[in-house]
Design a protein around this ligand. Structure first.
Ligand SMILES: *Cc1c(COP(=O)(O)O)cnc(C)c1O
Length: 370
């Protein structure tokens, strides 16, 4: 079965092998050396002054960023499940927040955000997804962050990059907390979250340490010494070292370029089948299609053609399907996934099979045809 869900993504064999070593103790020079190498590579890849690794899924880093950086009032952007989650985190911690809500296919306009901030001087934090995975939507976070900082440089920008870091180069100039997790573009099993911090974020965190397990001041203190406040996710960090080394071998620019070609070729192939790409501004992380019979298409692709693609969530659970583009996916596997979709359309009498998806994808991804 090919795993084509936009998280978790498949772990390549070389990475699995790298993790199949005897467990080592986390408080040893041996592990601290591994930790240091990984941290330095992450700082470079994320382009942030400091990166912390946390033993949790991505949501843990979302919670940590909100509870450590928001001191008065948050503005959260809800254009899907994950944006909604920022609001739920605020609620759980009694942090006052204002939510801007959009359809799941619609990116947040800069002006809306600036208007809310102008009308509420208490807002000190903006929480937004770079890619909102619920609908495969790309928010223009870099432009939004720049405009917000222009208005008030003290507002902390928390960017959920769980399906954006490792997908494309992100301009972090105006971002204070950049969040990611192990099981999306980093191709690892779930359980490790990472959070890149700006100098301003570091100052804010250290001026008023907060929380216990997700106390980032205490993590900063420890991780600067290449250790963690509590037991590190040693096996995942060893795996991450192997992931980052394989990305280095390919070259980061090529890694991003390959993802982009695959994503654009997938979207073109799906559109050539007459399917509708759901988001108005598609992220590269996944190809997201709206179809009334999405649920049946997925079921046939899985049962008959051994391709596991994701559905939607909430109201769109049965109306969307999402095909992963993140990580080191061999393009011939994506070609088969798209073929499976076309075969499913045929089987469901939606469109007869003529090899269009494969032809369009292959010409773009392998032969550079635009
Ligand atoms: C997957 C995902 C998360 C949640 O991560 P967990 O690891 O499930 O906690 C948050 N935000 C986005 C955009 C995601 O894609």
């Amino acid at each position: 079965m090919l795993l084509f869900t936009p998280g978790p993504t498949p772990t390549p064999e070389a990475i699995r092998v790298a993790m199949s070593v005897p467990t080592i103790h986390h408080r040893t020079p041996e592990f601290e050396e591994i930790f240091k190498v990984v941290k330095e590579k992450l700082i470079k890849l994320m382009d942030m002054p400091e990166v912390l690794m946390l033993s949790s899924s991505g949501t843990g880093a979302m919670e940590a960023a909100v509870t450590n950086l928001c001191k008065s009032h948050a503005l959260t952007i809800n254009a899907g499940k994950f944006g909604e989650r920022f609001g739920k985190i605020c609620k759980a911690f009694d942090i006052p927040y204002t939510e801007l809500k959009y359809n799941w296919d619609t990116p947040a306009p800069v002006e809306d955000i600036l208007n809310v901030i102008k009308n509420n001087p208490k807002i000190d934090t903006l929480c937004i997804q770079i890619c909102e995975s619920a609908g495969g939507l790309r928010h223009s976070v870099e432009d939004i962050a720049k405009a917000v900082k222009n208005l008030n440089k003290d507002i902390m920008i928390i960017a959920d990059g769980i399906t954006a870091v490792g997908v494309e180069k992100i301009d972090t100039t105006h971002i204070d907390a950049l969040i990611t997790g192990s099981q999306k573009a980093f191709m690892l099993p779930p359980g490790l979250a990472m959070i890149g911090l700006s100098q301003d974020a570091i100052l804010k965190i250290e001026s008023a340490p907060k929380g216990f397990y997700f106390n980032l001041a205490s993590e900063l203190k420890n991780q600067r010494k290449n250790t963690t406040a509590y037991t590190a996710a040693t096996t995942l960090i060893i795996g991450l070292k192997a992931v980052l080394e394989s990305i280095d071998d390919i070259g980061l620019d090529k890694f991003y370029a390959d993802t982009k070609v695959r994503a654009q070729a997938s979207n073109a192939a799906l559109e050539a089948l007459g399917l509708k790409i759901y988001p108005k501004t598609p992220a590269l992380a996944m190809s997201t299609v709206y179809h009334e019979r999405a649920k049946e298409i997925r079921a046939v692709a899985k049962k008959k053609y051994a391709v596991n693609i994701a559905g939607g969530q909430d109201d769109l659970k049965d109306k969307l399907f999402r095909i992963n583009n993140m990580g080191l996916i061999p393009s011939y596997e994506t070609a088969w996934a798209l073929n499976a979709v076309e075969l499913a359309l045929d089987e469901l009498d939606i469109r007869s099979y003529d090899g269009t998806a494969n032809r369009v994808f292959v010409l773009r991804a392998f032969k550079g045809v635009q």
